[in-house]
Design a protein around this ligand. Structure first.
Ligand code: ZN
Length: 503
């Protein structure tokens, strides 16, 4: 099997090649101070608004191809912005200095597809396929969500994301049955203090019915007058199936307002090449479109997406468990389609982007090995690399949301959405190759400090904002409401589907 893949972002995380920002060490130096840190938790410094923050002496995985990964480097944040990256930066007089020794500083991770409203039913669908999911979440239980349940799911999902080092999440919000539901979804995202994109959707009807009925415009006026705020708006619906294209008014609405559209495409026999062709024939295969999963398209559809400039969001844990199609990293790389990663829903999974990176690598490499073995060959060198999936989880996500010039790497001038990982834990010592270890060793347990827009939301392993206790109380109440509506028998049956069956 020969593949000629474009190297989207490859090498971005490699050690910088001398750019006037000081010499970068090659690996082992960062462990020198590993035993010096006291065990007692340090008091939280006063991160008052306006005080610059200087991270001192960290291993900085910038994700910026010009800067690479730098050992014992400093990062200065002023206001919402990354001001400087380099060795021994001068601390402004009122700066808070954060000790970066035994720490990795990396760009905040970005999840481009997450059904946050479902987080109140965390864990319920662990045994599900997509068939079980459609039955329970779309048909039977989904209609029970009230505005307060959407709020609870979104707020908890943002708590989880921020705690996990996911600084931007796209809320694929397809339970916005009324304006009040939409308002609740938006309010929860704003209240979290994290960065989010509300992707307005409604599974109860085709988008030509709800996108143009006034609610989206009303919400735009009420909550989204600026494009520079932490939470922004776009649209979410699935590709057309009918060549008559009844969804045209919705697509015209999106285009007229310059709103991006994300859609589940290439999802086994639920969404096929036909949807991509219909969009192309009607002029709506736009460069701003995101195609989620995209696992079962043919080369012809991948080529159309590539030619249009669109991008793909891969949810490898979801695709492999639920059956939307095989994670298409190989195919989309062959066609040069930009990739971001996502975690889909906490009904099965979590907002753990470390899992997303690992599952993506596992799926891609496993397929290559299987294909080679089928031909009696051995894969000598792996194709997809850790730096690729780290790029997908950071800059790839920023690019997919149209925020690539502002987010996705630790680059002076970009917004300060940063994650600091502990590198002195049993899972991380000795720190030898930060990119490799972020992808295959780190977990949410290592997420020490999280900044969004220059604001510290987690420090020393503890959340400062948003409020987990409040999220828990709200989510438990919503879970109980849905459980009561479902009834004991169906609630139990929904969690334990019958044994394996295919039809
Ligand atoms: Zn989805």
């Amino acid at each position: 099997m020969h593949r000629s893949r474009s190297r989207l972002g490859r090498r971005s995380f490699l050690v910088g090649a001398g750019t006037g920002l000081g010499t970068a060490g090659l690996g082992l130096g960062a462990t020198a101070t590993a035993t010096a840190r006291p065990q007692a938790p340090a008091p939280v410094p006063s991160f008052a608004p306006g005080r610059p923050i200087l991270f001192r002496g960290a291993t900085v995985v910038t994700g910026d191809p010009r800067l690479g990964t730098r050992q014992n480097a400093d990062v200065l944040v002023t206001g919402a912005t990354i001001k400087a990256v380099g060795p021994r930066l001068a601390a402004p007089s009122n700066a808070v200095v954060v000790d970066g020794r035994d720490r990795i500083l990396m760009p905040g991770m970005i999840d481009t597809h997450r059904h946050m409203w479902q987080t109140v039913l965390r864990g319920v669908g662990a045994e599900w396929t997509i068939a079980n999911y459609f039955r329970f979440m779309y048909e039977e239980w989904g209609p029970y969500w009230r505005p307060e349940d959407v709020y609870a799911g979104n707020y908890l999902s943002m708590v989880e994301a921020i705690n996990s080092g996911v600084t931007t999440s796209l809320d694929w919000s397809h339970a916005l049955y009324t304006y009040e539901h939409a308002e609740a979804a938006a309010d929860a995202l704003f209240d979290s203090r994290g960065r989010a994109r509300l992707a307005f959707g409604d599974i109860s009807a085709g988008p030509q019915k709800w996108a143009v009925d006034g609610d989206v415009d009303r919400l735009l006026r009420a909550r989204f007058s600026s494009k520079d705020q932490l939470v922004t708006l776009q649209l979410a619906w699935d590709p057309p199936g009918d060549p008559a294209f009844p969804e045209r008014p919705a697509w015209e609405f999106a285009r007229d307002r310059d709103l991006m559209v994300t859609q589940h495409a290439g999802v086994w026999d639920f969404s096929t090449d036909a949807g991509i062709s219909i969009l192309r024939d009607n002029g709506f295969l736009l460069p701003t479109n995101t195609y989620v999963h995209a696992g079962t398209l043919t080369d012809s559809a991948y080529r159309m997406i590539a030619d249009s400039g669109g991008n793909v969001s891969i949810s490898a844990e979801s695709e492999l468990n639920a059956g939307q199609g095989y994670p298409p990293t190989g195919k989309v790389r062959e066609h040069g389609i930009p990739v971001s990663l996502s975690m889909d829903t906490s009904v099965w999974w979590s907002s753990d982007m470390f899992s997303a990176m690992r599952a993506t690598l596992n799926a891609d490499r496993g397929l290559d090995h299987q294909a080679a073995h089928a031909e009696g060959k051995t894969v000598i060198n792996n194709d997809l690399r850790t730096e690729d999936v780290l790029h997908y989880a950071t800059q790839g996500g920023a690019d997919a949301l149209g925020l690539g010039s502002k987010l996705g790497s630790i680059t002076p001038g970009k917004l300060a959405d940063l994650v600091m990982l502990r590198a002195d834990t049993p899972s991380m010592v000795p720190l030898t190759n930060a990119v490799h270890q972020i992808v295959f060793q780190a977990s949410r347990a290592e997420v020490d400090t999280v900044l969004v827009n220059g604001r510290v939301l987690k420090y020393g392993g503890a959340l400062i904002a948003p409020d987990l206790k409040r999220a828990t109380r709200l989510a438990e109440a919503s879970r109980d409401h849905i459980r009561d509506k479902a009834g004991a028998q169906q609630w139990a049956a929904g969690q334990e589907p019958p044994p394996y069956q295919a039809a």
